[in-house]
Write a protein that binds this ligand. Structure first.
Ligand code: S5P
Length: 276
């Protein structure tokens, strides 16, 4: 009880204006976990089997602050086996962020939160595109409502892949939708460009999180159009977490890599002025 209070106070101090300006409880949960672990790393666990997923979570769990999944990439998915992933995530105090990139109309998105994967029953956070209209967010919230859970949505405001169609005008519409919905916890930004992150932060204000993929300690071009920026620069420019996949799971020592990403991200947060 006292421990919980101390960790809340510490997160509040570290995150300053972000803590005070964000309203969604899951944004505070993320800030607490990341402060506890001194890591703003969201692991993109893009592996194909449940056992690989479990090994990865258990290896790097202490150095990451949320777990991003692509459940439709898991070739041996079974709902009861998936429970092991949920237990491992819980053991490491990780929220589960299903990167489903929902994009359909509100009603269908609500139904897609169920289905084979039953995302609504285990994901704390999901990604969504704004392209079909603002009602997708209420559809996703209704999905969680159907199983009496609360979750939060990250809207894609920018992307890291080259040639994407998310123009600055589109980003403006995303922000306007996100600002007016209590279910929107934050935005996905382009981690490969400091300028784009800084612009996104300016547009988003202080009351939403920005998480950025397209981040690697080795900056430059990735595979099939992916682009990379440095984790330190992403946080310094206004992101609140870096989403890192292959930089960790493809490294010869995932644990050490996760620690290096954690350090780069945490150092940048400490150096950033959070007093507003
Ligand atoms: O614009 C984006 C949005 C996302 S969510 N670009 C991305 O790369 N992502 C996701 O981040 C992508 O689906 C993958 O899971 C992760 C990046 O992986 P990495 O291996 O390139 O670090």
């Amino acid at each position: 009880m006292l421990e919980g209070l101390v960790s809340t106070m510490r997160a509040e101090e570290i995150w300053g204006i972000r803590w005070r300006s964000c309203a969604h409880p899951l944004s505070h949960r993320f800030m607490e976990t990341s402060t506890e672990k001194k890591s703003l790393v969201v692991l993109a666990a893009d592996v194909y089997t449940i056992s690989d997923l479990l090994n990865l979570i258990n290896e790097v769990g202490p150095h990451i602050s949320a777990l991003k999944t692509h459940v439709d990439m898991v070739t041996d998915f079974k709902r009861d086996e998936w429970e092991k992933v949920l237990i491992a995530a819980k053991k490491h105090d990780l929220m589960i962020f299903e990167d489903r990139k929902f994009a359909d109309i509100g009603k269908i998105s609500q139904i897609q939160m169920g289905g084979i994967y039953d995302i609504r029953s285990w994901a704390d956070l999901v990604t969504a595109h704004r392209v079909s209209g603002p009602d997708i967010i209420d559809g996703l919230a209704a999905g969680w409502d159907d199983v009496k859970r609360i979750g939060g949505v990250f809207l894609l405001a920018q992307m890291s892949s080259r040639g994407n169609l998310l123009t600055p005008d589109y980003t403006d519409s995303v922000i306007s939708t996100g600002t007016s919905s209590p279910h929107v916890v934050g935005y996905i930004g382009n981690g490969s460009s400091d300028e784009e992150i800084a612009q996104l932060r300016k547009k988003a204000g202080e009351g939403r999180l920005i998480w950025t993929p397209g981040v690697n300690l080795e900056i430059g071009e990735g595979k099939l159009g992916q682009r990379y920026g440095h984790p330190y620069d992403a946080i310094k420019s206004g992101a609140d977490a870096v989403i890192v996949g292959s930089g960790i799971y493809n490294s010869t020592n995932p644990k050490e890599s996760a620690m290096a990403y954690a350090k780069a991200s945490w150092d940048a947060l400490i150096e950033r002025d959070m007093n507003g």
